[in-house]
Design a protein around this ligand. Structure first.
Ligand code: KG4
Ligand code: ZN
Length: 331
């Protein structure tokens, strides 16, 4: 069985083609560059860019997979959470393909996509604790099995990715901020700035205080110090994000005894974070799973995988509409 996954919830236009064996036939991702001048995603521009390129991305994806549209058995499309206009483009496109080619279609929750991408090539031991860290979400999820999720903790203000993006902006770096912070942090001293663990010992994440601490600190540096300390601030930020995540993960591991820890979402691409959580898992003798870097940020393959899993679980959707604030379905 061949599944085509279509993703357009934010600023990535992507089509991924997945075989039920788990073989990735193609995963074409267009990351919209136009937003970097604005320091963040401009929703209306995002919709227009999706509209402009989605057809080409599909064709490129079919070509790379060496198949025709008639070989596709199932279409999955993100219906939320995300930007309403951006979601509408992907959904309208997917519906058109489905009707005109008589291919079944499945709505996919983007957050479940970030989780299930880990299950393509790995036998993740369940129950698992999933640390989902993206541009819009920071959620710690207890997963009993595929389709069964319980959100144990979430951020009360900024998401982890949003923090990276905002701090990058303070430091005068480009958008998206996460990869820029990671790049310059390599030469930095992670102990330079002592940043707090927010709501320590409690089951909520909070990142806006870290951003404000960095803003005040950076503002008071001289021009020469700003230049010299940027890498140290970036490294301190990464350490602080890891400390904050591990604080809550630690409490949850004690309480729920999961067999594995799964890291997912765009921020999971961060190598420092991957290493810290890997070390934590070794110390706590639980499995550790994280997607390959290219499958951490938004992509069509994670949507294809989730559509396939929902399809075999018979979770059919009769009418697919965009739901910008869609939550993970808790069972
Ligand atoms: O999952 P994603 O592609 O989109 C959402 O669903 O939000 O995540 C995007 C977020 C951005 O905030 C970006 O700065 C962050 O992931 N990100 C990173 C890295 N690569 C992307 N954050 C830290 N380190 C990275 N290497
Ligand atoms: Zn995402």
């Amino acid at each position: 069985m061949i599944t085509l996954g279509i993703e357009s919830s934010c600023d990535e236009t992507s089509c991924g083609i997945l075989e039920d064996s788990g073989r990735v036939l193609s995963n074409i991702i267009l990351s919209q560059k136009v937003h970097s001048d604005f320091g963040g995603v401009v929703p209306e521009i995002a919709s227009r860019e999706h509209n402009k390129y989605i057809y080409n991305i599909l064709n490129e994806s079919l070509l790379k997979a060496n198949i025709n549209l008639s070989d596709v058995d199932l279409i999955g499309v993100t219906n939320g959470p995300g930007l309403i206009g951006a979601l509408m483009v992907g959904i309208a496109f997917a519906k058109g393909l489905s009707y005109s080619n008589n291919i079944p279609i499945c709505a996919v929750n983007h957050l479940e996509g970030h989780i299930l991408v880990n299950f393509i090539s790995e036998n993740v031991e369940l129950p698992a604790l999933v640390m989902l860290v993206s541009g819009g979400h920071t959620e710690l999820v207890y997963m009993k099995k595929i389709g069964h999720y319980k959100v144990l903790a979430k951020t009360i203000d900024d998401a982890a990715g949003e923090l990276f993006d905002k701090v990058a902006r303070i430091l005068g770096l480009g958008y998206p901020g996460g990869p820029e912070i990671e790049k310059i942090s390599i030469t930095g001293d992670e102990y330079y700035l002592k940043l707090p663990i927010a709501v320590k010992g409690r089951m909520d994440f909070s990142f806006s205080g870290l951003k404000t601490s960095i803003l005040y600190h950076y503002r008071n540096l001289s021009k020469e110090e700003k230049e010299r300390r940027r890498a140290d601030i970036a490294a301190s930020l990464q350490k602080s994000v890891a400390d904050n995540l591990i604080d809550k993960i630690g409490i949850t591991v004690q309480k729920y005894n999961p067999l594995s820890l799964v890291l997912s979402g765009g921020v999971a691409a961060n190598k420092y974070l991957r290493e810290r959580l890997n070390t934590f898992s070794l110390e706590n003798k639980i499995g550790f799973y994280v997607p390959p870097i290219e499958l951490c940020t938004d992509n069509g393959i994670m949507i294809a995988k989730t559509a396939y899993e929902n399809y075999i679980l018979n979770n059919k959707h009769h009418s697919i509409i965009p739901v910008p604030n869609l939550k993970l379905l808790e069972v």
